[in-house]
Design a protein around this ligand. Sequence first.
Ligand code: SF4
Length: 324
Amino acid sequence: MNVNTAAKITQQLLANGHEIADTDEEADVIIFNTCCVRNTAEQKILSHIALAKQLKRHNPNLKIAVIGCLSAKRKINGVDILLGTDNAMEVVEKLGVALQPLPPMKEDTVYIDITYGCENYCSYCIVPFVRGKLRIRPREEIIAEFNQVKDTAKDIYLLGQNVNAYPDFPQLLAELAQMPGNFTLHFLSAHPKDFDVETIKVMAQYPKIAHDVHLPMQCGCDKILKLMNRKYTVADYLEKVKLLREYIPDIHITTDIICGFPGETEEDFNETVSVVEKVKFSAAYIFPYSNRTGTAADKMPNQVPFQTRKARATKLVEIMRKMS
Ligand code: SF4
């Protein structure tokens, strides 16, 4: 999503005569489009912003803009423009450039937002607090954007924090997959609780839909899934994997896993390891649990020491590496 927003902002500025600077020192404007889903991302951005602020000493005209999740979460001093995720595009106007309707860029890979925000409130996740409640993009807008890119794009991604919360998602997918053009259609990210057999059938039926799906499992232990407020069990998840493989034998399933969530014992972690070995994911994004202030998990008892979270993540990465 951030890549998508950044591309749109860049396009608007380029259309108004701005150029991309080769170095930070040469820039008149530095825009940080931020993500604060994990603490490490937040700390990294803060140190980049601190460096940019130092450049202002040599170039007093330098403007620094911070947009996205981080600015929705906290105040950042010493920058010129601060905008959250909903109004990130306003950065263009704040830099004195009038926003204009531009055709989408002719890129091979195109991202189209279909939902914004999320209200699942998984207990570890800051997204509902920084991106707001679920909003559905009007169907006509999606179709219009799709029509503009379908003849030139190779890969089109439908995007949403919980993409299949879109009402009647299988029907939208089927409709877009029947459009003329030489594209492959993908969607990101599906929530396992909303991922249904109808979607799988549509994926199997239309050749323009990619045989890949990112289905974040997060953990393979029911006790922890409940604490995570994920609203599915390991059995539910495995059933969806089974159906996917029945209908689409060459499906690539990728996932996200959090290691060392509060309350996770060595046994709980081993349950996750066995599910990962069983499913044989094509790839997995594995991270140690990251505390986010304001989320329910941050206040839970039995926080796992950071070294243990890291050790478990490293172990699982190694298991995945061997399997893939
Ligand atoms: S569904 Fe995804 S974005 Fe929404 S709260 Fe859960 S982890 Fe966060």
